[in-house]
Write a protein that binds this ligand. Sequence first.
Ligand code: AMP
Ligand code: MG
Length: 514
Amino acid sequence: MSSTDDSAIELPIVSSQDRGSVRFDFDNTYARLPERFYARVNPTHVRAPRLIQVNSELALKLRLEPDVLESPLGIEILAGNQVVEGSEPLAQAYSGNQFGNFVPLLGDGRTNLLGEIVGLDGVRYDIQLKGSGPTPFSRRGDGRAALGPVLREYLVSEAMAALGVPTTRALAAVTTGQSVVRETVVPGAVLTRVAASHLRVGTFQYFASRGDTDGIRVLADYAIARHYPEVAQSKQPYRALLDGVISRHAHLVAQWMLLGFIHGVMNTDNTSISGETIDYGPCAFMEAYEPRKVFSSIDRQGRYAYSNQPHAAHWNLTRLAEALLPLLVLEEGSEDAGVASAYATLAAFGPQFEAAHREGLRRKLGLTTEREGDAELAQDLLDRLAANAADFTLTFRRLSDAVTGPEGDAGVRVLFSDPAAYDVWSAAWRRRLEEEPGTAEGRAAMMRAASPIVIPRNHLVEAMIAAAVERQDFQPFEEFLEVVSNPYEDKPGMERYILPARPEECVTQTFCGT
Ligand code: AMP
Ligand code: MG
């Protein structure tokens, strides 16, 4: 694929001498794949980059020195103004179903994969700049990212990581010193994103839609080597790959549901092969429990509503199965057997999701054993939350106080518009708890580990963004980041971060605004 004019801009290569101790031990396995998998393209120069934040803890895990990333040279690298030696920047090709509609050519329209680094944990990570300029896949886009969405992605992805959810992470963010035009003119920014990889269901669809079976095979072998090495020796590695992706997404979406997370734009190009949460756009955490809740302004049909997420994930995985079908057919020896193999594999999603979700709900309710009626007990609570507009996060968190004795009930009751609705349920819950082994303290600890005290509440996310965009005040971002990085820890003085929005503060809609 040919490059755009922008890639013709000559970028200085940082030599070993003048990069000082900037050591990015880049490896570039993706750049070794066939040329049709990507377009080689460098980030585009920005005028006046300034550092917002470096994620020191993550940098160290990637064998990078935070001080160096924060240095003038580091900032140039994080802004895409300098390409470090060993990096081979590229934009990945992919397709995707956007709100159901298949788009044959999407691809990285505003990101550059700089290369891969093997972290201290032995895992290979992609290092990617997002908002780093146009690529051959930009279509009509400007290749840029706005400050607000960059801060949102940084904060929410780090919150998700701290909550224990598989996710891409944020290594750094810089402002560019240039404006971007969205609904209004806003500051531009670049996010450095880290992922186990950026392979998507849409990457498989790209080759499948072109009838490029060889491309599908190369990609599948790459995905297996990188994410599912244990299946390489299996008799049917491609079926095992599909099994693996399905299983990871069943668990991932169960975690989302247990935290009230709404991704908002579960298109197949935003569905990762590694099983990580990726592409934080109009995402939001639910406050008052409402199964049909939608935040995204563009999700008019509620396709990606909270309660529809398991269904949407299954739909996306069905698209993956379709893309892998040529390999499944070869593996099984006939068309019919290949299709049967795909169906059999997909059928595992529902039960795996249900089991993970049920198990998570049991932990949130302090139950270590499984009894008949547990699912009904949990559902009854959810129904009462919905009927009483009770805050999802706080209800479960405060149940960990109530589990040690009725003096903890008051904090839960006040969350219900009709507190008596809680009393009826809690009586049944306490009867069930009598059948549990172990101590009340042990149960409370388990419950606190399953239900965070802090989530990135939408009104605070919006206020944090407004402070940065309108007043260049990054203090709220830094403070909030610190708080969401310890979401299970109850510390004094955090009421502001813990309590739900007052009615006048409530955010009802989120915007891509990318
Ligand atoms: P997203 O909604 O971020 O998942 O992006 C969907 C597709 O649109 C991807 O192919 C992106 O690369 C592309 N895209 C989003 N924003 C821009 C932009 N500002 N410039 C160019 N491409 C973009
Ligand atoms: Mg995307």
